[in-house]
Design a protein around this ligand. Structure first.
Ligand code: UD2
Ligand code: MN
Length: 291
């Protein structure tokens, strides 16, 4: 057809598409999704997602993404949750035209689980690999129910949960900052990251909310009409018992902001491996080093 001097419509179209921003490009969104809860193995997931490159990376082919996003899962002993979440989340991210890389930050035993410190370690390790603009910290047991809940960074730190099945699709309390949150690099640096001091369950998310307020930022909250999640049922792990000093830590948290966070982060990186579906980083934490 080109020989006949007739331009190929298809070709023209695709070159033009590369110049549109991914937010304007067509996104084949569905709205509410029916979550899949079957457990697939890692190799089955690999077959289901042939478009994902090694290390859990995807970049949209026919539009310009506005940001490079690191999706960070604080993790220990939750493989079933991780695989179910990937099965549901990966297609949503693709439909949303997100340029993303998945990081699983695993804390070695026996130290008590420290979700905030794992956020910081994830931020640092991801930043060593690439210049990410946006960081989304994601509990591994929360399945988004709407693909219209956009995995973006915004002008303020963002809380993605409008409601969770566990609380009849509401929140435990209206200020909640737990579950799924996003920060641009500069927003995260502005609050000196998360506190490293919360070992065990609870209040590290409230501490983070107070840091944001302390730095005079507001929090954007996803509307309940699209921000619903299903939390996969689970018990509390033995190595993540309720933190008995969490209220005490929280009461002085905002004042400690500059002395506890990214600038005082201590951990040992045991390994970093690009698996087919995610970058797996194993870290060791010594509670005695956390002041
Ligand atoms: C709530 C918050 C969560 C966090 C936590 C207190 C919501 C919806 N979620 O979740 O964000 O603030 O309270 O710490 O408000 N994890 C592991 N292995 C473990 C323990 C935890 O991988 O042994 C990870 C995993 O990503 C998990 C997350 O940490 O989803 C939070 O822990 P949780 O699910 O046990 O706590 P939960 O459901 O009370
Ligand atoms: Mn949970």
């Amino acid at each position: 057809r080109e020989d006949a001097g007739i331009p190929s419509v298809g070709r023209d179209d695709s070159t033009r598409r590369e110049n549109i921003s991914c937010e304007q490009a067509p996104r084949k969104l569905i709205g509410r999704i029916q979550p899949l809860v079957e457990t697939k193995s890692l190799s089955e997931l690999q077959v289901i997602f042939p478009w994902l490159s090694k290390g859990g990376h995807y970049t949209p082919q026919d539009c310009r993404p506005k940001e490079k996003t690191a999706i960070i899962f604080p993790f220990r002993d939750r493989h079933r949750h991780l695989y179910i979440l990937l099965l549901n989340l990966l297609p949503i991210l693709k439909r949303q035209n997100v340029d993303f890389t998945i990081f699983v930050i695993e804390q070695e035993k026996p130290s008590l689980f420290n979700r905030g410190l794992l956020f910081n370690a994830g931020f640092v390790e991801a930043s060593k690999l690439s210049e990410f603009d946006c960081f989304i910290f994601h509990d591994v047991d929360l399945i988004p129910l709407f693909d219209t809940n956009f995995y973006h960074c915004n002008e303020s730190p963002t809380h993605f949960l409008g409601g969770v099945n566990k609380f009849n699709y509401g929140l435990a309390y209206k200020d909640l900052f737990g579950g799924v949150v996003s920060f641009t690099r500069s927003q995260y640096e502005k609050i000196n990251g998360a506190s490293n001091m919360y070992f065990g369950w609870g209040a590290e998310d409230d501490d983070m909310r107070r840091r944001i307020r302390e730095r005079n930022m507001t929090i954007l909250r996803t509307d309940r009409s699209v921000g619903l999640y299903d939390m996969i049922k689970h018990y509390r792990e033995e190595s993540n018992p309720a933190n008995p000093i969490r209220s005490w830590l929280l009461s002085s948290g905002a004042r400690r902001l500059a002395l506890d966070g990214l600038n005082t982060l201590q951990y040992q990186r045991i390994s970093l491996e690009a698996l087919p579906l995610y970058i797996w980083v194993k870290v060791k934490v010594d509670p005695r080093q956390i002041v």
